[in-house]
Design a protein around this ligand. Structure first.
Ligand SMILES: Cc1cc2nc3c(=O)[nH]c(=O)nc-3n(C[C@H](O)[C@H](O)[C@H](O)COP(=O)(O)OP(=O)(O)OC[C@H]3O[C@@H](n4cnc5c(N)ncnc54)[C@H](O)[C@@H]3O)c2cc1C
Ligand code: SF4
Length: 330
């Protein structure tokens, strides 16, 4: 591992100043992804600026009935917060579906959103990878890609984004806030992750050196009945091969409001807008749910070994929406 410096940030502006002064510096949240990547040589920072002690560890209600979640709130604290559980059960379920108890105790909200893909070629520095080394190629397209993207990928990269939390936050229309040397800014999660195109190494729209300060989740009454369902290759402690975050409001057998996002199918959490359009105002039955899944998955371009994901996602959408509709009818 390359030698590196370590500095604990005392305040937000100091943390931002350190990153601005040194393009080789990186923020350190829980370190559960960054330090792994340093060990494998994918990341080679000269300085780690530890942000975990910054006063960004609160979860507060916003005036309109939403929540403001600080960037250094741990995944564990986020998942068990009573207001998160009450207002956004999908978020609690998504966070608890990720990693292990020990990892969730260390991992932070900011770090979770910026964690890198688990594509095996990306983490193996002996292999080419356009995301790690622009222009070097993408061996996953012809090689090992059973867990790679079926939506929104390109000829340059077919990796998926691994965050479960990000999928729930995408369904909830969350907004990421950040601080730079030029002042604060914000990005809706829908605009936070960049389309992969021919620049897979550019993953987010955050300005260089920006410190994520928090995430604001707007009020969403529909989320009171919501669910995160994750399919993985073993029962726990594994990344998704497909996941769905869903919230559903049904009255008189008709879908009044719905939120739907998919995980592990694209380079970013995937908001299923076509499915949402097909669902809104339609009868809340299995036929509608299947048609909505098909409307979204019509854009799927699976690879040789991940065609199974199209069927998996279709079944997942129908199963989760059926459960939520049955609950609403009780
Ligand atoms: C074995 C294992 C299994 C896992 N399983 C899952 C899973 O199933 N689902 C899932 O979603 N995740 C999973 N994870 C990922 C885990 O949740 C992430 O490693 C974690 O969320 C990253 O958070 P962190 O605070 O440790 O980030 P770090 O590792 O500290 O940082 C990650 C990146 O974010 C940057 N960063 C951190 N904080 C900020 C900030 N405030 N502003 C700007 N940049 C910042 C860092 O510079 C770095 O680039 C797993 C991890 C491991 C090791
Ligand atoms: S899929 Fe993306 S991350 Fe994986 S090898 Fe190809 S370019 Fe690299």
């Amino acid at each position: 591992m390359k030698e590196f410096g370590y500095q604990r940030a005392g305040d937000v502006s100091g943390a931002v100043a350190l990153l601005t002064a040194d393009p080789d510096a990186r923020f350190l949240g829980g370190g559960t992804n960054l330090v792994d990547l340093m060990k494998s040589g994918v990341e080679r920072p000269g300085l780690l600026v530890d942000v975990r002690q910054l006063p960004l560890d609160e979860i507060e209600s916003t005036p309109g009935g939403g929540l403001r979640i600080g960037a250094t709130v741990t995944n564990s604290d986020l998942a068990v917060h009573p207001e998160v559980r009450r207002r956004y059960p999908v978020l609690t379920q998504a966070v608890l579906a990720g990693a292990s108890g020990q990892l969730r105790n260390m991992a932070t909200v900011g770090g979770n959103l910026l964690q890198r893909t688990r594509c095996g070629y990306f983490t193996d520095v002996t292999k080419p990878c356009n995301k790690r080394e622009p222009g070097s190629g993408c061996p996953a397209i012809e090689g090992e890609h059973h867990n790679h993207a079926i939506l929104g990928a390109s000829d340059h990269c077919v990796a998926t984004h691994p965050s479960d939390m990000g999928v729930a936050l995408t369904a909830l229309d969350a907004v990421v806030t950040y601080e730079t040397a030029d002042g604060p800014g914000e990005l809706a999660l829908a605009d936070f992750y960049l389309p992969v195109g021919d620049t897979p190494h550019r993953e987010t729209a955050l300005p260089p050196g920006a410190l994520i300060t928090g995430v604001t989740v707007p009020p969403a009454p529909v989320a009171a009945r919501s669910r995160y369902r994750k399919v993985r290759e073993r029962a726990s402690y594994a990344f998704a091969i497909g996941s769905v975050a869903a919230a559903l409001d049904v009255s008189d057998g008709v879908v009044r409001d719905v939120r739907l996002a998919f995980g592990a199918v694209a380079s970013r959490p995937w908001r299923a807008r076509a499915a949402e359009r097909a669902l809104t105002g339609a009868p809340a039955d299995a036929e509608t749910f299947a048609a909505a899944a098909d409307a979204e998955l019509a854009a799927a371009r699976p690879l040789r070994d991940n065609t199974y994901k199209v069927t998996l996602m279709r079944n997942l959408v129908v199963a989760v929406l059926t459960e939520l509709a049955e609950e609403a009818a009780r």
